[in-house]
Design a protein around this ligand. Structure first.
Ligand SMILES: [Zn+2]
Length: 152
């Protein structure tokens, strides 16, 4: 299941990527300077009911909650998303690009010493070069995601 999030749903998009779901954000503009929101094989996540009425997109989910935590819980429930911790680090949070494993040695000078010592698995985004590892800066996001799941 793939998504495209409209330009009001950046935080939700980031969390969906965190959970391993391919999510386009921000949407691109076409030659007429219109947002390209209706993309085959992608579910449009939007808060804009007028857009839905006017454009009648193929697949969409109208996001009613205001807060991103409730938005995420809403998407998980409505689309019955599988949230698997093994997928949590498979996608760059910034670029949406699948990350690739890198050897521990390669990142020795990039990752903080303490994190490098305590982890064996690292990933790099092929687009922006960002390095990811279990329990890195995403720890807070992870606990937010787990909290949302436990509230279901
Ligand atoms: Zn990246």
């Amino acid at each position: 299941m793939k998504f495209i999030a409209d330009n009001m749903l950046g935080k939700l998009a980031k969390y969906l990527r965190m959970a391993g779901y391919d999510t386009i954000y921000p949407p691109l503009r076409n030659s007429d300077n219109q947002l390209e929101l209706d993309i085959p094989d992608r579910i449009l996540l939007t808060r804009n009911s007028r857009y839905i009425r006017q454009h009648n997109p193929l697949q969409y989910l109208l996001i009613k909650p205001n807060h991103f935590r409730e938005q995420l819980a809403f998407v998980i429930k409505e689309r019955d998303l599988e949230i698997n911790p093994e997928r949590f680090f498979c996608r760059c949070l910034k670029c949406n690009e699948p990350v690739i494993p890198v050897s521990k040695k390669e990142v020795q000078d990039i990752v903080p010493e303490k994190s490098w010592q305590s982890h064996d698995t690292f990933f790099r985004c092929p687009v922006c070069g960002k390095i990811y590892w279990q329990g890195s800066h995403t720890r807070r996001m992870l606990s937010t995601l787990k909290n949302i799941l436990s509230e279901r």
